[in-house]
Write a protein that binds this ligand. Structure first.
Ligand code: GLU
Length: 299
């Protein structure tokens, strides 16, 4: 068993992160497996070495140890380009020149109703999807989106094992998991093709400024690091559906996903989303012990 904790060094480690890290760590250690720390620093504008150092120090203080050397996503550009190239060559990606404002105004056009919001914000209304696609070399310096409809068609065809696709209303059987699904269910989680198509849509797989995206990098690196169990918050459930689809398209093994509940305060608000959610370092300074942190998050 290999599990991982994959923080972005863009701020302090808080209780919600600590909970996720402890769950992933304990799962591996209880099975005599390996725990991996991966630094998700593709956002060069927001990532800071100081935050990475602080995160590592907090995790060590909590009693965690991990495999070394630690992988940094900023060093993996070539692997991401290779994965993007494979999707690009099959016509599954298209270049998108829309900025946030373009997406918002297209999605709020009078006949469109309320814009749908997916895991990455407003579901892309498809403005650039129909532009002619020149399938030559993978372009650089432009955003690339996954053509969700084509990708799902490919997935359905291959699932059914013949040229005829699995019918549209068949369930998207994503993965096995030992944690909870969005409705509290356990076991194999189902979603629908329609949900991926309409509520997730053409997600960005390469940002113009990074040349990759969270979704693409995480899938490529979980496979590269032979992660067998991904432990993450249930807020990432829709992201997991994207990841399972990408694993399929890229021919990568799918890990088992364990979605855990989010750490909440007394009023039920998610700590991660609150400005004043306390950093682990503040608890330390106030005299808390690692055991106190474990008990605060219910472990
Ligand atoms: N870097 C991501 C985060 O901190 C990793 C989460 C995941 O992929 O499980 O939210």
């Amino acid at each position: 068993m290999r599990t991982r904790f994959a923080p972005s060094p863009t701020g302090p480690l808080h209780l919600g992160h600590a909970y996720s890290a402890l769950r992933a760590h304990d799962l591996a250690k209880d099975a005599s497996g390996t725990f991996v720390l991966r630094i998700e620093d593709i956002d060069r504008g927001r990532s800071r070495e100081e935050w990475e150092a602080q995160i590592q120090e907090d995790l060590r203080w909590l009693g965690l140890s991990w495999e070394t050397p630690v992988l940094r996503q900023s060093e993996r550009r070539e692997a991401y380009r290779a994965a993007l190239d494979s999707l690009w060559q099959r016509g599954l990606l298209y270049a998108c020149t829309c900025n946030r404002r373009d997406v918002l105004s297209a999605a709020s056009a009078p006949n469109e109703g309320e814009p749908l919001v997916g895991p990455d914000g407003i579901v892309y209304p498809g403005t650039c999807r129909s532009k002619p696609r020149a399938h030559t070399v993978l372009p650089d310096g432009v955003a690339l989106r996954l053509d969700m409809s084509l990708a799902l068609n490919q997935f359905r065809m291959e699932r059914s094992g013949h040229r005829e696709a699995v019918p549209e209303n068949d369930r998207f059987r994503a993965f096995q998991e030992t944690g909870r699904g969005p409705n509290g269910e356990t076991g194999i989680i189902h979603s629908s093709y329609g949900h991926l198509q309409n509520n997730i849509g053409d997600v960005v797989l390469a940002r113009r400024d990074f040349g990759t995206s969270y979704h693409l990098s995480v899938v490529v690196d979980d496979a590269f690091q032979d992660i067998t169990h991904v432990v993450r918050g249930e807020d990432l459930f829709d992201a997991t559906l994207i990841h399972v689809l990408l694993q399929h398209l890229l021919g990568l093994d799918a890990p088992i996903y364990v979605h855990h509940e989010l750490v909440r305060d007394e009023t039920g608000s998610r700590l991660a989303k609150r400005h004043d959610s306390m950093a682990i370092s503040s608890y330390r300074e106030a005299g808390a012990t690692p055991a106190d942190i474990r008990s605060l998050v219910g472990l």
